[in-house]
Design a protein around this ligand. Structure first.
Ligand SMILES: O=C(O)CCC(=O)C(=O)O
Ligand SMILES: [Fe+2]
Length: 287
């Protein structure tokens, strides 16, 4: 993999953001942008344990997809206060993924605002992500191929990104939004995954207060170097091609995949995983 560092900018104007990053669909890390949010000073693991104390949170570990799982179905649940205790006491694979904070803890709304990047951010959908030391979120892109603004709090997180032009090299699993789950993107085994050598992407480490802009449909892999959490805000895809793929994913692809899991069971999942390798290696040979 050829991973370039993501550009880092200090507080940037809306005009510059649109011209230099949104229009060319290029990722960027913006530092010092949310220092006027109450969240910037208030939000850490202890605060979250406090405000969401008794809320039951959905947890995911790094087990591979099983045909019995529904789309994004959690592997466990726990009280937020207990989960944060766990995060702080030992490395854990358990992550919170796509947790709608406003639905669960509406009071958190007063700690942040929707920044004006010149894109219309979806107000109802601030999503939170938590992870323990060394846990990772598998390489994926979001079902709606949205523009994502990812705000990081507490700790350090490693991020690897690819655009959709890299799909031929990434061992993408058909009828899903993920690559093969057994690839370690932090340190890939190129004898097993030779196509990855051709992939051109980006890499960065996020720290408290950083905002990462991920353009439409970008693949992202996140590894929590220390326990921490982030919030994502999104704006729907503007590129008509991405928008139509979002509609297809939401209304067709995911239902088809669920149906096939019910009909064919684990053979459906295993078959897709084999196809991911076959297709990628066929393309590699042809190139
Ligand atoms: O931070 C994470 O664990 C994953 C973030 C993510 O997938 C997103 O913001 O869409
Ligand atoms: Fe995501």
């Amino acid at each position: 993999m050829n991973l370039r560092p993501i550009e880092v900018r200090d507080a940037i104007s809306k005009e510059d953001f649109l011209k230099e990053y949104f229009k060319p669909q290029k990722p960027v890390v913006i530092r010092g942008f949310i220092e006027d949010w109450p969240a910037y000073k208030k939000w850490d693991l202890d605060y979250m344990a406090d405000v969401a104390c008794d809320v039951q949170v959905p947890l995911y570990d790094d087990r591979p997809v099983n045909y019995k799982d529904g789309f994004n179905e959690p592997h466990a649940t726990m009280k937020m206060a207990d989960y944060i205790d766990l995060l702080k006491s030992e490395p854990t694979k358990y992550r919170i993924f796509l947790w709608n904070i406003l639905k669960e803890v509406p009071a958190l709304q007063k700690d942040f605002s929707y920044p004006d990047f010149g894109l219309r951010l979806l107000k109802g959908l601030p999503m939170m992500f938590f992870g323990g030391q060394d846990s990772h979120t598998f390489m994926h892109y979001d079902i709606d191929l949205a523009n994502i603004f990812h705000f990081h709090f507490q700790g350090k997180k490693e991020v690897i990104l690819f655009d959709q032009k890299q799909n031929d090299y990434l061992y993408k699993v058909p009828y899903s939004l993920i690559t093969r789950e057994d690839i370690n993107f932090a340190d890939p085994d190129y004898t097993k995954w030779p196509a990855l050598e051709k992939a051109q992407g980006y890499k960065t480490n996020l720290e408290h207060g950083d905002v990462l802009y991920m353009p439409e449909g970008y693949w992202h892999y996140m590894r929590y170097l220390t326990p921490g959490f982030s919030m994502s805000l999104r704006a729907i895809a503007r590129n008509p091609k991405n928008l139509s793929r979002a509609i297809y994913n939401i209304f067709v692809m995911r239902h088809f995949d669920n149906l096939m899991r019910r009909l064919k069971g684990q053979a459906w999942i295993d078959g897709k995983n084999e196809k991911a390798i076959k297709r990628t290696h066929r393309k590699l040979k042809a190139s």
